[in-house]
Design a protein around this ligand. Structure first.
Ligand code: CUA
Length: 438
């Protein structure tokens, strides 16, 4: 084989080897993009994320040094003791064999006790130090340093959405003050203790920019905490495989300034008004009660008792479980549906225009609702001039045939069923009604 031939063959081999190399480099470097919503490498959003990152980068530093040393030694030895065609002493046909045999073999050794003890003890010590710091960080994040009477939230995972039960005074022995879904809204700069659990299968709650992930296990309550240093939207994703639509089980944390959060929370505590027959959205309300209220609650509307007295949030008992006598509650509570910017497990946007965090509060406090709420609410809020356009077509697709939008086993009460029997006008009425629920 001529040298020329060999050279071009080598080049071709290098070229084909370079492709997977470059591809993996591109994939690796894309993880450094700081604008990704689920990016774990930014640590300015939360003190807990900072702790995780600080630990991560120290461990990464140690691992890099060890990796470079080990890989460097391997590469050096591969190169240094490579099989040179001309110098191969194991090739009986090597014409230089006699010459090679004339050279004495280097000193042959077997084992080195000191070296072996060293390379056993040093890694063990490194791992021990890493484990100690990691365990301290993990235990710390299960502990809350917030005052007892401050906001606590119970997080409940269900196929395939998240429920948030808010205890404003921190008292978990009483029913939550209000319940919401998909978007966990918290005041900025305050540690919020969470109790994370699940109703059906195991899920995992994870807002990468704010804290690590925590499993949501049926029948267990895992203490966790979340804190955002500045207002903003922080996205998350269920991170424990939980069936068909696991990939579509998203959630968000929205952090508001403390005073904004108080206004938002007061609004969330309101029940919805029962519409009278002369209201333009009366038909939508009645269609909702007939078709949707088997699973979805609207506080003040679907939970009135026989005397037509509103039972509001009392459907939730002290343990955050739903009272047996009420069927509704196994799907997201829609009392303030239009004040959220996402639906269907946060996979769809309710509004076509982007709802920025500074507009979020105004989304729930329209002039209409602010006046009907009475004292306290809306006082410090400017009149609402923020009217984003709802995605009516998206909402219509969802209500008509949700399983086509997000895989569901609706026959087993997992996920939202289709409503093929409703007419377009009827679906539009339901949507119009839902959009009044701010
Ligand atoms: Cu819930 Cu995966």
């Amino acid at each position: 084989m001529s040298n020329k031939n060999l050279g071009s063959k080598k080049k071709r081999a290098m070229f084909w080897l370079a492709i997977p190399g470059v591809a993996s480099l591109v994939i690796f470097l894309s993880s450094c993009n700081h604008n990704r919503p689920l990016n774990t490498l930014t640590s300015d959003a939360s003190p807990d994320a900072k702790k995780i990152n600080d630990l991560f980068f120290v461990v990464l530093g140690i691992a890099t040094v060890v990796g470079v040393l080990v890989l460097g030694a391997i590469v050096y030895m591969i190169w240094r003791f490579r099989n040179r065609e001309k110098n191969n002493p194991y090739d009986p046909d090597n014409p230089n064999l006699a010459l090679l045999e004339a050279e004495a073999l280097p000193e042959q050794t077997h084992g080195n006790l000191r070296l072996e003890i060293a390379w056993t003890i040093i890694p063990a010590l490194i791992l021990l130090v890493v484990a100690i710091f990691t365990l301290f960080a993990i235990f710390e994040q299960h502990r809350s340093t917030a005052a007892d009477d401050q906001l606590k939230v119970d997080v409940v995972g269900q196929q395939w959405w998240w429920e948030f039960q808010y205890h404003i005074d921190g008292d978990r022995s009483t029913p939550p003050d209000f319940v919401s879904a998909n978007e966990l809204v918290i005041p900025t700069g305050q540690q919020i203790p969470l109790e994370v659990s699940a109703r059906d299968v195991i899920h995992a709650f994870w807002i990468p920019r704010l804290n690590g992930k925590i499993d949501a296990v049926p029948g267990r309550e895992h203490a966790w905490r979340i804190e955002a240093s500045k207002p903003g939207t922080y996205k998350g994703q269920c991170t424990e495989f939980c069936g068909l639509s696991h990939g579509f089980m998203k959630m968000e944390v929205r952090a508001l300034e403390t005073s904004d959060w108080a206004s938002w929370a007061r609004n969330q505590m309101r029940s919805a008004a029962v519409l009278s027959a002369d209201d333009p959205n009366y038909e939508g309300q009645e269609l909702f009660i007939t078709n949707c209220a088997r699973c979805h609650s609207i506080s003040g509307v679907t939970d009135t008792n026989a005397d037509n007295e509103v039972d509001t949030w009392e459907i939730y008992d002290g343990d955050g479980k739903i009272h047996d006598q009420l069927i509704s509650g196994s799907a997201p509570n829609l009392t303030h549906f239009a004040s959220r910017t996402t639906y269907a497990g946060s996979i769809f946007d309710t509004y076509l225009s982007e709802v920025r965090i500074e507009d979020y509060l105004r989304l729930s406090l329209t002039e209409a609702s602010a006046t009907s709420v009475g004292e306290g609410v809306g006082d410090e809020v400017a009149p609402n001039i923020f009217e984003p356009t709802p995605d009516i077509r998206g909402l219509r697709r969802w209500i008509f045939n949700a399983p086509a939008e997000k895989p569901a086993a609706a026959s087993e009460s997992r996920g939202m069923p289709a409503f093929p029997n409703l007419t377009t006008d009827q679906v539009n009425s339901v949507i119009d009604y839902l959009l009044t629920l701010k």
